[in-house]
Every structure is written in C-alpha cells, then in structure tokens.
Design a protein around this ligand. Structure first.
Ligand code: PLP
Length: 423
C-alpha cells in the first residue's frame, strides 16, 4: 500500500512520478516499487519487501549494493570536500585505469552521463571527419541528445524521423538510420556521401540484449575505414560489463572512439569518451571542439570509479564467473518456458543477460518488436510478486553481480518455475 501512496505523491510533483521514464513501469503495468535501500544482491522497498535485484541500477553495480570498499572510498574522499571544479589526481588515476585496458585509445575525457558522452563524441567525430552525417542503428540507444533520439521508421535507410516531440527535423536530418546486423543498409547510408561518423552499441542492450554478429562488425569497421568515417563503439552499458575490455573480448575490433558510463562510476554519475590522440586533441582547451561540465570528474564519482575498476582488475575470472550465473538464469528460463510451450530466446554476454518471448532469433530491432510484450508483462508481474526484480520492459537487459550466490540464484530459478506455471 505504501508504494502506491508514495508513487501517487511523487506524481503530484514530478512528471509521471519518475526522473527517467522506464522506471514508471508503463510497459508492464502496475506500480513501481519505491526503494528504501539495497544490500548486496537485494533491494528493499518502503513496505519492507525484499527483492533479488537483476537491474542493479541499470548496470553500474557489478559488485552489488553497499560494498564496504566502495563505501569507504566514497566516505574517505567526501571528507576532503565534495567538489572543487578544479583538477585532482583522482581523474588521472581513473583515466589511466580505463585506458590500460584499451591500448588503441590514447586519451579520455570524463563527463557525468552517457548522454553527454555520446553527444560529445559525435561532436568531436563530426569535427574530425568534417562531415555532418552520422549513421545510427534502429533500436540502439545512445542517450537523449537531439540528433541521437531518432528511431526506426519503416524505411530503414531513409532520413531519420525524430522519435521525440520537440526535436527539430533539422537536427534529425543528418542522422541516417541503418538496420542492426545488416551491412547492406549501412552501405546505402554511405551512398549519401555525407557520412563522417558511425555510432553503434557493439553489444546492443537497449532493444533487449542483441549482440552484433562478428562478420557484420568486421564489415562495418572496413566500411568506416574505407570511407574515412569515425567508428564509435558505445559501450556505456557493455564496458566492464561484458568483459574487462567490453565488446573487444568478443570481436577484437578497435573502434576509433569508445564511450563509457555505468560501471566506470560504480553507481555514481560518471561517463566518458575516449579515442585516438589525433581525435581527442581536437577537444577544448587544446582544440576547437567545445565540451565542458561543472561536475565533470567529480572527486566522489572518481573515487568510486577507481575503487570499482581496481576491484574488477583484482578479481580473477570475474566475467567468467558472472557469465556462469547469467547462464544459470537463462537456462532456467528456457527450461520453464519450454515446459509451458512458450517460445523464448535467450542470450548472455559476460554479466549481461536477456530474453525475448519470441519464436525466432532476434537480430535487429524489427525482430525484437515482434516479441510478445503481453507475455512479458505477465511474467514480470509474477516474478515481482515472488520477490525478483527484473527490468520492467521486454526491451531492456538484465544483469548479475558478484553477490548473486547459489541461494539467490536457486530462489530465482524457483520463482521462474512458479511464475510460468501461474501464467
Ligand atoms: C545508458 C546508456 C546511455 C545513456 O547513458 P545515461 O547516463 O543514461 O545518459 C547511452 N548509451 C548506452 C549504450 C547506454 O546503455
């Protein structure tokens, strides 16, 4: 009851009661749970009900909630001051930590959200390539800046139409839409002659989990090189989630720029964009591309980022172990769905896992849209009732953290079995 009341109250003051739309549970129905606190792999709502958390703040919390080492790093740093708007050594330390795993990237700049990271990366890529046109893929999400907030029309390779009110046609007209995993659609976009930038989630996590095919990515890399276009891998989600090298572990492809977010802040507001020196040196104050931020490189955020990445690098076989947990869940899903005759597709990449109620493999956005969203809503509600917190949309990715253990995974398996039986 308390959840409902608190949500009603939120709606009086905040549009839709939330500060980011998917939190409102619109696509699964019902009321979102209002969170009181988290601990390890669990969330507790304001009614005191406990949930096994597979959202983990949409990715950042690879070690779960309230880890002592992260907490200590935060407190220690907070005691020295919350923000200075001036350089600290922490920024250099985090920059070095990240770049040490991406040896084809020379420099990195921090900002506060993934939206900023991709927006700034594109500005820089446009300046470098001296071309305004960009290619983005249907179903890939790169934050909510104007030129990236363009989704599928039916004519995939035609000029984009804005998917939000308030985005001027003029801003969206340089965004060319291509079909994920379809190299022909990319070639068509390049025919316009104005393409200088291609941005892609090499492991798409924002239409559900849809990894790109290796040959598609190799061809994409090739096309960009031939056409002198800057290739940006948006690894805001997959960076340090799929592996310690993001998608690189799976495809061995070096993009010209990479964007980061989520895990690199361990739950604090940090994102970043990185690239080869000749591109990054065009950034202000050295170059003519302007980009700035009052809280960019904030010391608290840097400290938690450093603590998170240091812990990642210290943990042996981290992603292999996490992947075992992810596979345990997707196998449980397959088994129980099939027993009930419900078509399902599942995938994992490192600590990321996803499933579609779909008869066919999902390779792109159109495939994803054919999934049974009503079934998803029913399943989500059943799982929530049984204390398992999944992303509240068919078109999102779920995660595991190091704190998910045998007990919480078996409890999840049990909830999955019971939920399918109850549908
Ligand atoms: C989350 C996400 C973003 C946006 O990051 P915000 O911090 O929410 O602005 C961009 N790209 C990808 C791939 C993401 O998953």
């Amino acid at each position: 009851m308390t959840n409902e009341k608190a949500f009603e109250k939120a709606k009086r003051y905040i549009p839709g009661g939330v500060n980011s739309p998917v939190r409102a549970f619109k696509s699964v129905g019902g009321t979102p749970i209002i969170i009181e606190r988290g601990k390890n792999e669990f969330l507790y709502d304001i009614d005191g009900k406990k949930y096994i958390d597979f959202v983990l703040s949409w990715g950042p919390l690879i070690f779960g909630h309230c880890g002592k080492d992260l907490e200590n790093a935060l407190i220690k740093t907070a005691k020295k001051g919350l923000s200075f708007g001036a350089p600290t050594r922490l920024e250099t330390e985090l920059a070095k930590l990240i770049l040490s795993h991406f040896d084809w990237l020379d420099k990195i700049r921090f900002c506060s959200s993934g939206t900023e990271a991709t927006m700034s990366a594109i500005r820089l890529a446009r300046a470098y390539s001296k071309k305004d046109g960009i290619i983005k893929f249907e179903g890939c999400y790169h934050g909510h800046s104007d030129s990236l907030l363009v989704k599928a029309g039916s004519g995939a390779t035609t000029f984009g139409n804005a998917s939000s009110l308030g985005v001027p046609e003029d801003f969206a007209k340089h965004t060319h839409l291509a079909v994920y995993n379809d190299i022909q659609s990319v070639k068509k976009c390049f025919e316009s002659g104005e393409i200088g930038t291609v941005i892609i989630e090499p492991i798409a996590g924002n239409m559900g989990l849809v990894p790109a095919d290796l040959t598609f990515l190799l061809n994409l890399r090739d096309l960009c090189t031939k056409n002198g276009a800057v290739l940006i891998f948006d690894e805001v989600m997959s960076g340090f989630r799929a592996s310690e090298k993001g998608s690189h572990k799976f495809n061995q492809i070096s993009s010209d720029m990479v964007t980061f977010g989520k895990v690199i802040g361990g739950g604090m507001s940090v994102a970043a964009f990185a690239g080869k020196a000749e591109i990054m040196d065009m950034l202000s104050p050295d170059g003519g591309v302007y980009q700035a931020g009052t809280l960019s490189g904030n010391p608290l955020a840097m400290a938690v980022g450093i603590a998170t990445l240091s812990k990642i690098f210290k943990t042996n076989y981290l992603y292999e172990k996490l992947n075992k947990k992810a596979n345990f869940i997707t196998q449980a899903l397959e088994k129980s769905a099939k027993a009930k005759g419900i078509p399902i597709q599942t995938t994992t990449r490192g600590s990321m896992w996803g499933f579609f109620f779909n008869e066919n493999p999902v390779k792109n956005y159109d495939d994803a849209l054919k999934s049974d969203t009503e079934m998803f809503a029913k399943f989500h509600a059943q799982m929530l009732k049984r204390g398992v917190y999944l992303a509240p949309s068919q078109f999102e990715t779920c995660f595991v953290c190091t704190k998910h253990n045998k007990k919480s995974l078996e409890d999840t398996q049990d909830a999955i079995e019971k939920s399918f039986k109850a549908i």
